[in-house]
Design a protein. Sequence first.
Lengths: 308, 438
Amino acid sequence: MKASGLSRKNKWPYLFIAPYFISYGILSLFPIVFTLYMSLTDWDLYGNRNFIGWDNYKQLFFHDSYFWKSLLNVFIFLIGYLPALVIVGMLIASVIESKLIRGKTFFRLSVFSAYMTTPVAVGIIFALLFDWQGGFLNQLFVELGWMDQKINWLGSAESARWIVIMMVFWKNLGYFVMFYTAGMASIDRSIYEAAVIDGASAKDVFLRITMPLLKPINLFLIITSIISGLQLVEEPMLLFSGWASGSSMVGGPDGSTFTPIWYMFDASFDSSAFKYGKGASIAYSTFLFIAFFSIMSIKWFNKEDKGR
Amino acid sequence: MERKRNKTGTAMTCLALSLMIVAAGCSSNNANSGNAGDSNPDAPVKLTAWGWDKAWFDATAAEFTKLHPNITFDFVEVSAGDYLKKVQTSIASGSELPDIIWAEEAFRGAMYELNVLEDISAEPYNFDASKLLDFELPLLTNSKGELVGLEQSGSPGALAYKRDLAKQYFGTDDPQELSAMFPDWDTFIEKGKEVVQQSGGKTFMLGSLMDAYTILSKQGTTAVVDGTTVNSGVMLEVFQQLQVMRDAQTEGKLGMWSPTWNASYSQDNIIFYPAANWSPQFVIKPNDKNSTGRWGLMVPPGGGYPYGGTTIGIWKDSKNKNAAWTYMNWLLATDEGAEASFKTANYILPLKSFFEDTSKLSSGPDEFFGGQDLGKFWVDEVFPSMQAKPVTKYDQDIYSASELVLETMAQDPNFNAEEALKRWQEQLTKNHSDLTFE
């Protein structure tokens, strides 16, 4: 009697997982493959539907400064907020978890509530805060006398990038703290007690015990942050949607906050170009970069582990 | 044995149910828009229309239904900002479009190129384009030269001003005297410098560079894009004029359509705003509710310009084209329809016949505008000199590229017109690599 394959007894497992995989095939796998096909055409809504092979990709990689600029931007953002999230997240988590704080639930919830805000709202609120003429920050600083002229925060490349970094940092801090809190809670108390008996200071405990034991969590957080960071789109797009300032700026001032997925959205849906083929090729190119950097990060982490 | 049969039965039911859920999610919706088709002209027909001006639509449709009781309407509210996206996603997914399609000025060029509108100058409609005022034709024609719709309301553009500020800085609040005082933009900017000086930097002629761009970019007849060739000279002139304005500091650095710009209507920091015939109802009065007699309308330097406007057309694959045409023709190409539009919303149809007796178009003295007769103003002073540029599918992207460039120009005093043009060209080629510049 066969132990594997679709024999009478063994068909049930396959049948039970079939509904999920059928719907996955129709709703996920087919669109993914079809998007790849689309990226090899010049499909737009104005009637073009010709197979053009790798032309979209060639145009993107060799002649498109906006694509490379957008990739550079997301990396700048990642370098800006990821180390800060890791360090500040661990510090805040260890402070909240320590004996110094009472009412831990309140603090945990307050830090996490920023993560629960929808990214669209985050973008719009920051647009209102930093608006040139009507923004809260400008008005406050002028009232207090700290500035005599309102600064156009969102109008210059450097300050626009800092605002995006700040936005993403503010939003994701709660997420990181939550993971670190869970990780710290799972560390055995006896390790800390042993360290204290052995004469370790608080700094030593943090650097030599807590941080190494949180390594798996760090790996997970960093990899997922790279993946989602390279896909950043909603916060900067809504920041520059013109809700508060009246005029939208696709890509921010001088394209300084453009992101690859925003470019995809702009090429396919937002502008009147409706270039689905180009948008598909941007999506796949971004995917390539995400895959590459995720694998690199995992290898780097594992190498560090092996080195011990 | 029985347990096995039960298991089989349950498993099969679960499988069937889950497959049904998946299938239900995938099915497209078959909206059937009309049963009788075009065979019998008196058969009941339900026309679908997507649009944003429900009040006008319902009022005029009611008048139409009195004459053609067999034609009823299903109006779906879609805001102008979402309209193009909704149409393009419907096209991409193969779902049905409405029988009657609207296209606002910002995106009508793109809508024409999507090839979803019926050519009404051809069979069986054979609409005579000479019935319309001459300046309308470039606005309603696609790149193939087909007439693809009719204008909901001629949208003449002028300059709205605050009478008290005009009196204070220019000595008069009479619209004709003011127009004579500002025959061209250079004089306007020069006077603007005086205003800024006298007010100590608190009062400006216009709210932002985009306000000026709204007028400057629409005056004249030279298209910005002809086929795939961009006429950079036209844009350079506009940017140069805007640079002079920026250097003279005659604009308030607000963001057009932002909350602070809306608030400025009731304040004293801005004197002039671009205004169309729909502006009093939708922009000026809502933003300055408590004033009366404070506002006036004048012809801007350089003359009137088309500001806004909506094309209404028939879907190419509609099953009720004849009924849709009956409606459109009555509403937008006959004097009766024009009168119904005028009665409900003071819209002025750009029909030559409707303009023969302009006394009908007087709307009476408007107290909000200091007793000015707005209907007469538009018809006598603005319409006669109006010209329009042809629309293109690049219009929306031209606008957003200009928006981006002018944001930088407004706040960076070293950013000049040539750099603005270069940046503008880069933005435009981002998604339209087929464009060439000359």
